[in-house]
Design a protein around this ligand. Structure first.
Ligand SMILES: NC(=O)c1ccc[n+]([C@@H]2O[C@H](COP(=O)([O-])OP(=O)(O)OC[C@H]3O[C@@H](n4cnc5c(N)ncnc54)[C@H](O)[C@@H]3O)[C@@H](O)[C@H]2O)c1
Length: 335
């Protein structure tokens, strides 16, 4: 157990030792700590060693020269120069926010990037500025396209955020797989089983063994519909931005043969573009849903993002639980 402030200093120290500037190390540490606080441990400290391994193997550039190409007042393409994904996404969302506040709408593509963690972390930054946002990123192969025997699509998250007129943002941030790959990785590391019905082994048989699931097939949400959504995200993030796609995004943990070249796409707009009373309308929209009669055993109808916000509030002042495996990783990285 350690407090957030101390963990933050440790992350920054490790990343600076790996060649990142103080500014970039701070951006990464904020994203990793946020993942811990919202309870997404599979996207927090458990990934730090992987990022450092990739820097050491020269497949992440610790000192990127990130280029922002202005296509119009509201359209930008960012070449991340193979930076760690957190830094590229930070530059991109800040550009999208700035431009959307000025013009009403912004579209920012990112190429030559890497794994950027939780989409919701970026969406929240836009929502805090009273903007509505969509974030997409592609990821390494995990899901087989509907009807195929071989994995190709990533767990490709879809994220939508919008202000609610309360301090709790609406953020739907979901993988298109039944379970996110990070959770399977953590289970494989700790020797735990994964839930039934979320993955197949490499021969196509259902498995609860995390290692077999990692070398096998993850199942998409809602069958062919989920496979279609994974494909959509691959096109938006990969094809449209000029990044890797079609199964070419490298697995950050297992494939050190080159940069991942992940693509991201951020779409940001003013929430009141078409109606002057957005705040009143969204409040009423949420009220109607929350006051519906509830199923037995349900205490409260939540909107997407509420659960993570509540976890964040609960955890922010608490100590962070550091597992033995992560403790070992941190010792190696600090040596
Ligand atoms: N960078 C990458 O390559 C990558 C790939 C996959 C996933 N991810 C990230 O992993 C994270 C976890 O994804 P996940 O699919 O496990 O998310 P999840 O299943 O934990 O949550 C999905 C969504 O459902 C909402 N939700 C949960 N319980 C709810 C309830 N009771 N009522 C209403 N809404 C509820 C959540 O707020 C969230 O918006 C995401 O932040 C995603 O961006 C990243």
């Amino acid at each position: 157990m350690a407090n957030g402030k101390k963990i933050k200093q440790i992350i920054i120290k490790i990343l600076k030792r790996n060649g990142l500037t103080s500014k970039h190390a701070l951006i990464c540490s904020n994203a990793l700590l946020n993942a811990e606080f919202v309870g997404a441990h599979s996207h927090g400290l458990s990934r730090l060693k992987m990022y450092c391994d990739r820097i050491q193997r020269k497949v992440i550039n610790p000192k990127p020269r990130i280029k922002i190409k202005k296509i119009s007042q509201s359209i930008f393409l960012i070449d991340a120069n193979n930076s760690i994904g957190f830094v590229a996404a930070d530059v991109a969302i800040k550009q999208a926010i700035k431009s959307a506040k000025k013009t009403g709408i912004a579209l920012v593509g990112v190429k030559n990037s890497g794994h950027y963690g939780l989409s919701g972390f970026y969406a929240e930054q836009a929502v805090k500025k009273n903007l509505t946002v969509l974030c997409f990123t592609n990821a390494p192969p995990a899901i087989a396209p509907h009807g195929a025997k071989k994995i190709l699509f990533g767990t490709n998250p879809i994220c939508f955020g919008t202000p609610t007129s309360s301090k709790v943002p609406f953020i739907l941030d979901t993988s298109v797989s039944l379970i996110n790959r990070g959770k399977i990785r953590v289970a494989a590391k700790t020797g735990n089983k994964i839930p039934k019905g979320v993955a197949l082994d490499k021969d196509g048989y259902p498995t609860t063994n995390a290692k077999k699931a990692l070398s096998g097939i993850q199942l998409p949400i809602a069958g062919f519909r989920g496979s279609g959504l994974a494909w959509m995200v691959d096109i938006l993030s990969g094809v449209i931005t000029g990044s890797n796609h079609g199964g070419k995004v490298k697995d950050p943990f297992d494939d050190f043969t080159g940069p991942q070249n992940v693509g991201h796409l951020f779409f940001v707009m003013k929430s009141n573009l078409f109606t002057k009373n957005y705040n009143k309308q969204i409040k009423e929209n949420i009220r109607r849903i929350k006051t519906l009669p509830k199923l037995k055993g349900v205490k409260k109808i939540l909107y997407p993002g509420e659960n993570k916000y509540l976890r964040y509030k609960k955890n922010i002042s608490k100590k962070i639980k550091v597992s033995k495996i992560i403790e070992r990783d941190l010792k190696i990285l600090l040596n």
